[in-house]
Structure formats: structure tokens, C-alpha cells
Ligand binder design. Structure first.
Ligand SMILES: *[C@@H]1O[C@H](CO)[C@@H](O)[C@H](O)[C@H]1NC(C)=O
Ligand SMILES: *[C@@H]1O[C@H](CO)[C@@H](O)[C@H](O)[C@H]1NC(C)=O
Ligand SMILES: *[C@@H]1O[C@H](CO)[C@@H](O)[C@H](O)[C@H]1NC(C)=O
Ligand SMILES: *[C@@H]1O[C@H](CO)[C@@H](O)[C@H](O)[C@H]1NC(C)=O
Length: 397
């Protein structure tokens, strides 16, 4: 009799054990077996606004692009440009903040969870598509397009290129309104305005996408003059391979006025064997835009640009106070005062790196608002200072 009770209670205890310990696991098992979550191998929480999911590299959302249905992922570039300065990364030690909270396992890629969920191409056009140019003054552009006024302080080079790279000084410019942005970046482009193909990489302060004022790493592409395309991984296209670098993540350190300067090396380079346009940060290959998503950049670029861009929403009926670069003009001073690009390099069709680019055009929409000055000393390769504070006595409209 006692033997029977013992066995029954043992079964009862075992049943409770199974219920308590295994039920949540079964629920979890069911939850992670559907849809997107099957691709997420690990989640890293930085804080409430910053969550990184480590996706199985072969199940990343970008592969949903129609032209990438049968895509075979290239895990690393097959060639590097000759004479490249990738052995010379910027002054950042730990590249991105989230590394302090965990790492994504080998075979996975970090994807920052989107703050802005209802992303679509109308929003992309409104913010990113510069109004078409009808004369040289961007502030007198025709206003039939529902988009912000864009302003630039950049250098431009024309020619057949397959890459561009530079060290960009890292700053945290103030952005006035939540529909504006301030970026410092590299453009690789091909085609006329309406069909423009671009690949862009750099840093941005962009409350519109990120709902905060932090300086973040970003990339962007369009295949049709900014009618479609996107920032980071908000639409399919970019195939990521790195488990170390997260798009839209912030940097660990920023430069301070008259203090320590931080910079990072950004690079865009076409692997001519595969046709893929690789993006690198600090010499780390992040991933690539396949040639097949472009019509023009499926071949070489016909130009590259470097510098700053802002959008001016004129929220108070006057020119925005949104800053570019450090918020200080090159005329106020160089290192530690205004922001810089150094070791500006372009890569020719023959995969040769050009250290001292020629035929450089300055493209400054209004030097009283944002300016750019080439550093003639060239102590750090081809370099320039750029930026400004926006609204002032001479920058009103
Ligand atoms: C996927 O996982 C996240 C967090 O782990 C959860 O919030 C979300 O509801 C899950 N999605 C699905 C479709 O189960
Ligand atoms: C992918 O492969 C299938 C079967 O081989 C083929 O029918 C389809 O056209 C391919 N799709 C693309 C985009 O290449
Ligand atoms: C933006 O951030 C604020 C707080 O900083 C928050 O209340 C708001 O919900 C966020 N908006 C979105 C779209 O996440
Ligand atoms: C990066 O983001 C984290 C988390 O939001 C924040 O604590 C940190 O101050 C940021 N770093 C910089 C340099 O802005």
C-alpha cells in the first residue's frame, strides 16, 4: 500500500515538474518557430530603445528582394584595391557601443530593431530626394515636389570609378526638427538625376529614422533617382556578411571641440569578379549591394562625392539652425574646430587607388550657411574641412 502511494506521489511530483519546467519551453518553442523569429538566433539588449537581433546570415530579410531570390551570398570580397590604406583605420577603438553588451555568433548578422515601423517609399522620397535643380541656387528650387530643401558642402569628382574611401571626423551636430537630418558621407553614383543610382555611406544624425539625436552609422541606396531605395536595411537590397557591425548603431566615441578627435574609415568598393559593391567600416567588410539591384551601377560609377548634407525644413519660416559637421565653419579653424575628411581616395576601373585626386570640383550650395575648404597642406592625404551652423546674419533664407 505505502509502496503504491509513494509511486503515485512520485508521479504527481514528476507531473508538476514537467508542467512547471517544460511548459514555458514549449510555448517558447512554438513562438520562435514561426516566421521571422526562426531567423533570429540571439537577441542583445542595449537599452529600451536599442535591441539588436542576430539573424542567420542565410535567412536575412534582404534576400526577399525579387532579383535576389536565387542569390548566393559572397562571404568576403575576392579582391581589395591596390595601395589601399585599409591598414590605416581611424582613431576609434571599440567601433560600436552595443559590443559592450554582447556579440553576434559566427554565421549571424546584427540587425537593429526598427524604431520607425511604418517605413515606405513615400517617406523615403520626402526626406531623401533632393528637389530637382533648375538653376544653381537650391533655395530657389521649384516647389512642386513634396520634399525638404537639401543643402550641401561637398567635393565632386567625375570619371569611371569603382570605389571611394575616406576617414571622416565623428561629431554630433544639432538637428533642429524631427523631419531634418545632418549627414557626413561618401556618394558613389551613376546616371542622370531622374535615374540616378547611388550607394552612400557615412554617419548621420537623423531623428526622422532613429527618433533621437545620436550620431549613427548608415548606408543608403537608390536605383531610380531617390523614388525608391532606403536607408540601412529598411528595404531589401543590401546583403550583410559581418557579425561585428550593425547598421544604424552608434559609435563609442565622438570628437570634442578643441579636444580629442575621433574619426573612422568608410569605404565603398566594387569587387569586379562578383560585381558586388562592398561597404567597409574601419577596414571591416560589412556586406554588399549586389550589381543586379542597379541598372547603372551594374557597371562602374560615373562620379563620387564626399562631404556634408543637411535638410532645411524652415520650421520657423527662416533657415534652419541644423548644424553640419561640428557646427563650425572652416574659416573658424581646422583640426578640433571644424569637421574634416582626410585620406580621401578614389579607386579607378583598373582597381588602382588614387591618393591625390585631380579635377575636384567644390559643390557648396550656400557658403554662408555651410562651407568647405580644401586643406592645401595635404599632411593627411587629400583632406578638407567643412560644416557650419546654418542660420546666421548671412544665412537667413
Ligand atoms: C518575435 O520575437 C519578438 C521578441 O523576441 C517578439 O516580440 C515578437 O512578438 C515575435 N514575433 C512573432 C511573430 O512571434
Ligand atoms: C530562380 O530560379 C528559378 C528556378 O531555377 C527560376 O525559375 C527563376 O527565374 C530564378 N529567379 C531569378 C530572379 O533569377
Ligand atoms: C520617440 O521617442 C519618444 C521619447 O524619446 C517616445 O515617446 C516616442 O514614442 C518615440 N517615437 C517612436 C515612433 O518610437
Ligand atoms: C551610444 O548609445 C548608447 C545607448 O543608447 C548611449 O548610452 C551612449 O552614450 C551612446 N554613445 C555615444 C558616443 O553617443
Amino acid at each position: 500500500m505505502s509502496k503504491f502511494i509513494n509511486s503515485a506521489s512520485r508521479q504527481f511530483i514528476l507531473a508538476i515538474f514537467v508542467y512547471i519546467v517544460l511548459t514555458p519551453a514549449l510555448v517558447d518553442g512554438r513562438r520562435i518557430s514561426n516566421g521571422v523569429n526562426k531567423s533570429i538566433i540571439k537577441t542583445i539588449k542595449v537599452d529600451n530603445d536599442e535591441i539588436i537581433d542576430c539573424y542567420d546570415i542565410f535567412k536575412q530579410p534582404s534576400l526577399d528582394h525579387p532579383s535576389l531570390r536565387n542569390h548566393t551570398i559572397q562571404l568576403r570580397p575576392s579582391v581589395y584595391p591596390k595601395n589601399t590604406k585599409l591598414d590605416n583605420p581611424g582613431t576609434l577603438q571599440l567601433t560600436q557601443t552595443w559590443h559592450k553588451y554582447g556579440t553576434c555568433p559566427h554565421g549571424t548578422i546584427p540587425i537593429r530593431r526598427n524604431v520607425r515601423k511604418h517605413y515606405d517609399s513615400t517617406l523615403f522620397r520626402k526626406q531623401r530626394r533632393p528637389k530637382p535643380f533648375h538653376n544653381k541656387k537650391p533655395n530657389t528650387l521649384q516647389s512642386n515636389e513634396d520634399s525638404e530643401i537639401h543643402e550641401w558642402a561637398t567635393i565632386k569628382m567625375h570619371g569611371s570609378f569603382i570605389g571611394a574611401q575616406a576617414k571622416i571626423n565623428l561629431w554630433n551636430p544639432m538637428v533642429e526638427s524631427s523631419s531634418e537630418m545632418s549627414v557626413s558621407q561618401i556618394w558613389v553614383r551613376a546616371g542622370p538625376y531622374n535615374e540616378l543610382n547611388t550607394i552612400e555611406a557615412g554617419w548621420t544624425v537623423d531623428p526622422f529614422y532613429f527618433n533621437d539625436s545620436q550620431t549613427r552609422f548608415f548606408i543608403m541606396w537608390t536605383g531610380d533617382g531617390y523614388k525608391h531605395g532606403c536607408v540601412n536595411l529598411l528595404c531589401p537590397g543590401f546583403v550583410q556578411t559581418s557579425s561585428d557591425i550593425g547598421l544604424g548603431c552608434n559609435f563609442t566615441e565622438m570628437s570634442t571641440f578643441n579636444g580629442d578627435q575621433k574619426d573612422a574609415t568608410f569605404s565603398i568598393h566594387k569587387d569586379q569578379n562578383s560585381g558586388n559593391w562592398w561597404v567597409q567600416l574601419q577596414g571591416i567588410s560589412l556586406g554588399y549591394y549586389p550589381s543586379s539591384i542597379f541598372n547603372r551601377l551594374s557597371k562602374t560609377a560615373d562620379g563620387v562625392d564626399f562631404g556634408g548634407e543637411i535638410t532645411n525644413a524652415r520650421s520657423n519660416g527662416i533657415h534652419t539652425t541644423t548644424q553640419m559637421g561640428s557646427g563650425h565653419y572652416p574659416s573658424e579653424g581646422g583640426l578640433g574646430i571644424s569637421s574634416y575628411f582626410s585620406h580621401v581616395q578614389v579607386i579607378t576601373e583598373n582597381n588602382e587607388v588614387i591618393d591625390n585626386p585631380e579635377n575636384v570640383q567644390l559643390y557648396i550650395s550656400n557658403p554662408y550657411c555651410y562651407d568647405l575648404k580644401v586643406d592645401e597642406k595635404r599632411t593627411n592625404g587629400y583632406s578638407f574641412y567643412y560644416g557650419g551652423s546654418g542660420y546666421n546674419d548671412k544665412c537667413q533664407q
